[in-house]
Design a protein around this ligand. Sequence first.
Ligand SMILES: Cc1cc2nc3c(=O)[nH]c(=O)nc-3n(C[C@H](O)[C@H](O)[C@H](O)COP(=O)(O)OP(=O)(O)OC[C@H]3O[C@@H](n4cnc5c(N)ncnc54)[C@H](O)[C@@H]3O)c2cc1C
Length: 500
Amino acid sequence: MSGKKIVVIGAGIGGLTTGALLAKKGYAVTVYDQAIVPGGCASTFQRRGFTFDVGATQVAGLEKGGIHHRLFSELGVDIPKATTCDPACAVFLPQEKEPIMVWRNPHKWKEEREKQFPNSEKFWSLFKLLFNISWRFQSRDPVLPPRNFWDLTQLTKALRPDTFITAPFTLMTVANALNLLGLNNDHRLKTFLDLQLKLYSQVDTTQTALLYAATALSVSQEPQGLYHLEGSMQVLCDRLVTALENHGGTLKMGYLVEKIHTDKGKVTGITIKNKKKQQIFREEADQVVANVTVNNIAKMTENLPKGYGRRVEKLPPSSGAFVIYLGVDRSAIPANCPPHLQFLYDYQGEIGEMNSLFVSVSKPNDGRAPEGKATIIASSFTDTSLWWEKTKIEYEQLKQEYTSRAIARLGEYFNLNSDTIIHQETATPLTFAKYTARENGIVGGVGQRIETFGPFGFAPRTPIENLWLVGDSVHPGEGTAGVSYSALTVARQIEQLRLR
Ligand SMILES: Cc1cc2nc3c(=O)[nH]c(=O)nc-3n(C[C@H](O)[C@H](O)[C@H](O)COP(=O)(O)OP(=O)(O)OC[C@H]3O[C@@H](n4cnc5c(N)ncnc54)[C@H](O)[C@@H]3O)c2cc1C
């Protein structure tokens, strides 16, 4: 298609999905990524026979009608094989030996909630009501937040009378809802919600927007669910690369995009560095899709309106992650170990900095470990500022301290010793900055606070004409499913320009 040259910066799930969708529509798409392996936070690496998922370990949206299922079908590639996570997670509160099991089956999950959090059913009923309405609304592909007339028409087309039931809750946090329902003193329930929300929204009950929380915490139940991919997380990205290339798009790895050029408020192209050859060149483009964080796009783009930059600067700092990757003998794993576990160690401490861990364990024959072995991946949120501006020695000391604490914590549940640990490796915000180019190594999105979620968030349509933002900084937020929605939105917005 002449005159429709599209450059995508970044081969994360968001960038690849947008690139593949646009290539299928006939655009000339080139995706540049600075890493060696595509997939960003949803990629993998191999060591000594083990395959480790770098960040994302579980996937939403693979059920029929789910966003990945829908887009893979549209792109003409096979849906990756996966098993459902049931329970989605086993959550251990401090000093408790029996976990709270987040079952996929809604009846079992209800029974579990009644046992774990008596008298809280009114809260869960409200969640279910808001989730059902929000889910139907999202499945009608609204454009959020709208930035022009066409966006607004897509948003209004997605509205139904029941959508207005959610309106009074738009400005409420989860903590507001707990207060309203007289549950503000239920410390256990609040702690459980804080822990789970931090995983999906970066922030706790006091800050997470209620409408976002209702969706994030309900997708793990039937008929939706969380899935464990066969092979590894890389399968998701490999299928997208196949789709991109099948439809005539090109993926170029090892290319760092340094600048996004603009002229009179319109995008003109990018400056790229071939990392291997250390060559810098400029490429013109009709449309540029940036699969980067909002912090990165603000730095890379020439002549971005000042207000945009100021808004980005004022964002509360996003979290980083400390991740430990263990390749172990299967004897390290207790019998009936669920694939995903979450631990909080002390009610007094914050959620992060090793006071909590989210842990994913491979299953036998799931492609991640040789026979009789397994992978354990544990992550904790961390303040990125702790890791930067340190001498090499200070940095290594901090890493060692976090590693020792992680092993000690994990050793309370797993059988970890020099005989059972075969491989051990860690990632800090510096590692994420290097391999994903995310500013300061921040992970997840901008945080789903009232002022940054849905209608109040950053838009995929940037203030620069023909410059688009996809990924976990924009609606509906983090996770491979979330960024796929943002990709669909941008592909539709670009296609609408052609049809105008
Ligand atoms: C520890 C951890 C655990 C997680 N667990 C889950 C989970 O279980 N389930 C889930 O769904 N989600 C999870 N997530 C979140 C999920 O991984 C991300 O939200 C999602 O993968 C982000 O995708 P993205 O497309 O926005 O971009 P990214 O994954 O950030 O990819 C961006 C890509 O762009 C490239 N890039 C960036 N800047 C440039 C540039 N200037 N030039 C060229 N290339 C560039 C990078 O190299 C990268 O490949 C987790 C994240 C982390 C860190």
